[in-house]
Structure formats: structure tokens, C-alpha cells
Write a protein that binds this ligand. Sequence first.
Ligand SMILES: CC(C)(COP(=O)(O)OP(=O)(O)OC[C@H]1O[C@@H](n2cnc3c(N)ncnc32)[C@H](O)[C@@H]1OP(=O)(O)O)[C@@H](O)C(=O)NCCC(=O)NCCS
Length: 176
Amino acid sequence: MGCVNFTIREYRPQDFDTLWRIDQECFPPGISYSRLELAVYMRRAASFTLIAESVVNASNRLATEALPDAVSPIEILGFIVATCNRKRMSHIITIDVRQDARRLRVGSGLLKAAEKRLRTARSSWVELETAVDNLAALAFYKRHGYDLVKTIPRYYSNGVDALVLRKDLFSTSEGS
Ligand SMILES: CC(C)(COP(=O)(O)OP(=O)(O)OC[C@H]1O[C@@H](n2cnc3c(N)ncnc32)[C@H](O)[C@@H]1OP(=O)(O)O)[C@@H](O)C(=O)NCCC(=O)NCCS
């Protein structure tokens, strides 16, 4: 398994253009968000956005050496948008990791940080939708304990079905 040294921090307004560009890279047309859609989801009252950012520490040259070639020091590697506006049921809106930073545990770090925050808000369950043909996401969520709830036919504007996945935030050791 590879690794990259990264930290999770809160979203800042100046991050927005970078996040939108990453979302465009992550999803095909019809699934990726317009700038307005992304902004609306992020600005919902109960939403939060967390950022995974590469870390370079002058006293730790290995941190720099561990970065993939295309990743320059201190760059946004990915982000997650989540909301907990329904009673006890929260929602992952999107989780996006740059292509050149994948399979390095960045997505796992973002998901775990968001789940931790949702538990703190006393949310019992988290749900999300993902495209039936997004095999990477399905493997990723399965790895993190998400179960299939149902299929929503033609959920996306490109006609692709969505799978609704759900996790009991307090059923695993992470929740205790
Ligand atoms: C899905 C996504 C967020 C995963 O992020 P990531 O940082 O690459 O994931 P991690 O490195 O934390 O992966 C953890 C585990 O998930 C599984 N996984 C992740 N990507 C996988 C892939 N492409 N194929 C198979 N399994 C995968 C593996 O079990 C992996 O562990 P391993 O690398 O030791 O085998 C990333 O691929 C992505 O941003 N995709 C585009 C956007 C997207 O589809 N988002 C999800 C839908 S909202």
C-alpha cells in the first residue's frame, strides 16, 4: 500500500475553484456538479466540507518524497461534502479525490473524519448515492462498511441508475 502525508482541515472560501475543478475531473458530464450545484450543496445550513491537503514538513523530508510525482507540496488532494439535516440521518453529498492521489488512503481519511463529525452531531445513520457503474466507489464504500439499501432508476441526468448505500454509524468499533 502506498501512502501520502496529508492533513484534514475545514473548507475555506478560497478553496472553491479548486474543489469544483477536482469534481469535474472526478465525474463524467451528467454526474459532476455545475459550479452553482456544488455551491448550493456546500452552503446548506447543515452541510460541512472537509479538505485533504498534502503536508510538507521541513523537518520531515520523507513527507515530500512520499508524494506522487504530479502532486506539488501543500496542495488540495480531495474533499468531502456531507450534511446532517435530517433527524439522525446524515448524507454524504460527494467525496472527490484527485486522480493522481488515489489509493493512498486520502478518501478513507476524509470519510472517517466526516463520519466522526456526524457521530459527534449524534447522527445514527449516513446514506449516499453512487452510480451503479462506479466500481471504485462501490469497492471503497464496501470497505468502509456501507450496505446496499435500494436502486434508484435513472437517478443521474445521463440516465445512469444510482445505488443508495447506508451505514450505521454506531454499529462498528469506529462508532464506539
Ligand atoms: C472513491 C474514491 C473517493 C476513493 O478514494 P481513494 O483515496 O482512492 O481511496 P482509498 O485509498 O482510501 O481506498 C481505500 C480502499 O477502498 C477500496 N478502493 C478504493 N479505490 C478502489 C478502486 N479503484 N478499485 C478497487 N477498490 C478500491 C480499496 O479496498 C482501498 O484499499 P486498498 O487500496 O488497500 O485496496 C476515489 O476513487 C474518487 O475520488 N473517485 C472519483 C469520485 C467518486 O467516485 N466518489 C465517490 C462517489 S460520491
